[in-house]
Ligand binder design. Sequence first.
Ligand SMILES: Cc1cc2nc3c(=O)[nH]c(=O)nc-3n(C[C@H](O)[C@H](O)[C@H](O)COP(=O)(O)O)c2cc1C
Length: 190
Amino acid sequence: MNVLIINASPRPKGNISRMLNVMEEEAVRVGMQVSSIRVSDLCVHPCTGCMVCRSKQVCVLPEDDAQRMIRLIQACDVLIIGAPCYWGNMPGELKVLFDRMVYGMMSESPRGIPRALHRGKRTVLVSTCTTVYPFNILFHQTRGVIRALKEILKWSGFKVVDTIEVGGTKQSPVSEKKLERCRRVVRKLE
Ligand SMILES: Cc1cc2nc3c(=O)[nH]c(=O)nc-3n(C[C@H](O)[C@H](O)[C@H](O)COP(=O)(O)O)c2cc1C
């Protein structure tokens, strides 16, 4: 099984990174093939909104890491995305990346009917924020991130098999219990 992990936190020792690191370790331990990408290491020009990719399935911008990421997503069976909550949503860098990858995620018929390009694949979504539980859910903080990611991934054909939301990271960084949950979620993918 080919697992792609996308880390949208710029903090290498932050909460998302710790959770994704244990997920990667567990995936490797059980024999999965894992590629791990940090969005802050990528070079991605923002989408110019020309819409050419909707009809031609190609981006008119010079090749950068957006096209490379499309190839990695095409090659994966399972996509794990970790994104901290920034203003109730995913970090801008991740949104810029998804905007550039739209033609690699879904296509449209000439009459504008959407067609998902990743049917049969699975995804796990992870988010953190400082707003404490249950307000991270009730006030759409981590829940806002999960909702926005689901919007993209469901239209792309991915089945969301698990979500992990951690609130209150200012008071207490992600606990061993949550890390164990991350490992369990990976084992369930087998
Ligand atoms: C630019 C920015 C915006 C943020 N916006 C929110 C927010 O809207 N709600 C919230 O609860 N936390 C917010 N936070 C806090 C982060 O979500 C929190 O520190 C998170 O745990 C960071 O994850 P990391 O440790 O994995 O990098 C924000 C942090 C930054 C840097």
